[in-house]
Design a protein around this ligand. Structure first.
Ligand code: SF4
Ligand code: SF4
Length: 99
């Protein structure tokens, strides 16, 4: 049985932008990389990732409610996470939130 859609409120959750995932990998041609190179790190094996601030994405603002400082140009992988979708419920489960 799935939970009501309003449960998946990104502003009160933030799971996929904080501890649920260790890394957000981005492609060189992603507009985010082009516009905000200051927020991109090159890791071994030439992978590009969004900078971290401790266990969370460096672009995440707040501690509930949460917001993304670069929401309008957020990277492709972030756009692909749909509230209530597979990656979302996986992320929420990893931080102990109901799925
Ligand atoms: S895990 Fe789901 S509900 Fe939480 S911030 Fe990400 S997309 Fe939104
Ligand atoms: S760039 Fe924004 S949407 Fe993507 S992980 Fe960071 S805070 Fe979340």
């Amino acid at each position: 049985m799935s939970l009501p859609a309003e449960v998946y409120d990104c502003r009160t959750c933030g799971a996929c932008c904080r501890e649920a995932f260790d890394v957000v990998e981005v492609e060189p041609e992603d507009p985010f990389v082009v516009e905000r190179p200051d927020l991109v790190e090159e890791t071994p094996f030439l992978r590009l990732t969004v900078k971290r601030a401790g266990p969370r994405c460096a672009c995440l603002v707040g501690d509930g409610p949460y917001t993304c400082a670069v929401y309008a140009i957020r990277p492709r992988p972030c756009r692909d996470v749909e509230p209530g979708g597979e990656a979302c419920t996986f992320a929420r489960g990893r931080v102990g939130l109901p799925v």
